[in-house]
Design a protein around this ligand. Structure first.
Ligand code: CTP
Ligand code: MG
Length: 236
């Protein structure tokens, strides 16, 4: 079922990082000794399950700092929204790709074990497998004035991460449908489930955070330093 050359990872690095702020989009900030987006590229480079990488970047030139990635087959310019960037990445997939992992470059703590468990979980009757973690905090609906309006059940509610693994065809079909139904979904799995495909949740990694706001940068740095300190360099 899988292409012998492995899955292709689409790395999304074309956002502008509004919530983090600053002049430089967050994926190009220095983090634990290298640009943030290079952390996930290094992990995909060392993952046996990944055969190739398509990097979706902004139109401005960016600094590779001399890094070489043998698996990066294409660098394409992204779109206005995340899903447009996914679509542009899909258009550049190497021939023969059957399994696609879509990953946010803003998640530098992805690791080889997580990639492996997603690829293992991607099998019929499922069209996709995504990592997530169950919610632990109490969840409230809050009015514009700050008053709590209702307590929401967190029973069976999960937070979703990337990378998200899909068979290529359902992902392509869902993207086309999403243009009409849901132009800017928060993640790819939502496009698939809304198009009627089946997506499975697998245990993610609590440390696989997305750098979104300034405090996340500091946390990611601490986690990366701790990972580097531990023998083997994988996970905490
Ligand atoms: N992304 C992208 N193309 C876009 C928007 C987002 O490739 N048009 C990428 C980002 O670079 C990031 C990932 O999608 O790696 C997740 O998006 P998010 O965390 O929302 O990043 P930004 O959109 O850059 O940040 P913000 O929403 O705060 O502006
Ligand atoms: Mg965004």
């Amino acid at each position: 079922m899988f292409s012998p050359s492995g899955a292709t990872a689409i790395v999304l690095a074309a956002g502008s990082g509004q919530r983090l702020g600053g002049w430089v989009p967050k994926q190009f900030l220095e983090l634990a000794g290298k640009p943030l987006f290079c952390h996930c590229l290094d992990v995909f480079e060392s993952s046996p399950a990944i055969g190739s990488v398509v990097l979706v970047a902004p139109s401005v030139p960016f600094d590779w700092q001399g890094r070489r990635y043998s698996k990066v087959r294409a660098v394409v310019v992204g779109g206005q929204t995340r899903s447009q960037s996914v679509e542009l990445g899909l258009a550049a997939l190497p021939e023969g790709t059957e399994v696609v992992l879509v990953h946010d470059a803003a998640r530098p703590l992805v690791n080889v074990d997580l990639i492996e468990s997603l690829i293992q979980a991607l099998a019929p009757p499922f069209d996709g497998a995504v990592p997530g973690v169950p919610l632990e905090d109490a969840i409230k609906k809050v009015g514009a004035d700050g008053e709590i309006q209702a307590g929401l059940s967190r029973d069976r509610v999960w937070r979703v991460q990337t990378p998200q693994a899909f068979f290529r065809q359902p992902l392509e079909i869902s993207l086309r449908k999403a243009r009409r139904l849901c132009p800017d979904p928060p993640d790819c799995s939502q496009m698939l489930t809304e198009a009627g495909y089946r997506v499975r949740m697998v245990a993610g990694d609590r440390l696989n955070l997305k750098v979104t706001r300034p405090a996340d940068l500091r946390l990611a740095e601490l986690f990366l330093q701790e990972r580097a300190r531990r023998a083997g360099g994988e996970g905490l």
